[in-house]
Ligand binder design. Structure first.
Ligand code: PNS
Length: 160
């Protein structure tokens, strides 16, 4: 039984994340998508709402579990007996950050390997930041995020 961890801030989960998650779920027996804390980002969506949105977005993926963790990703991976981390790679601009994170994780725990899945071209430009910016200006984000996320953000920005 090979388990992989897919960590991220998912603020919110996008169709790009979901595509990476589905492909990882095709490769591994089990994938745990973990909402983690990125100390360099301020989260807009509360943790419980992120989890609820991810659960709704991936409810048809039977070998996917949704969880959260406030600590080092490698500690979470060890706790779950997983030695693979999944990350999506969009453009070259992602590479430096991802390489640094992967190397830092493997320096902390040499048994942990990061597997990168290249984003499909149609999702290449999508980021959680872009989605929030468009939603804030009342733009249509339905092409970029799963339906529950679009509804959630629209409601959140309308209510203020
Ligand atoms: O979606 P993001 O913000 O690029 O994800 C980054 C994340 C949350 C995976 C990363 O910041 C992380 O692993 N945070 C948990 C703390 C940790 O393990 N930090 C060391 C990684 S170098």
């Amino acid at each position: 039984m090979k388990t992989a961890i897919y960590p991220g801030s998912f603020d919110p989960i996008t169709k790009g994340h979901l595509d990476v998650l589905k492909r990882a779920a095709d490769i591994f027996d089990k994938v745990i998508i973990v909402v983690s804390v990125n100390v360099n980002k301020t989260s807009f969506i509360p943790l419980e709402d992120k989890i609820m949105l991810i659960r709704e977005a991936c409810k048809d993926l039977k070998n996917v579990e949704v969880d959260s963790f406030d600590g080092l990703t490698i500690e979470y991976a060890k706790k779950r007996n997983a030695n693979v981390l999944i990350r999506g790679l969009r453009a070259v601009s992602d590479f430096e950050y991802e390489m640094q994170m992967s190397q830092a994780n493997s320096a902390l725990c040499s048994d942990i390997h990061t597997v990168f899945l290249i984003t499909k071209p149609k999702y290449n430009f999508i980021s959680s930041g872009t989605v929030k910016e468009i939603a804030r200006m009342n733009g249509d984000i339905s092409k970029f995020v799963p339906e529950p996320v679009a509804k959630y953000l629209e409601a959140k920005y309308t209510k203020g």
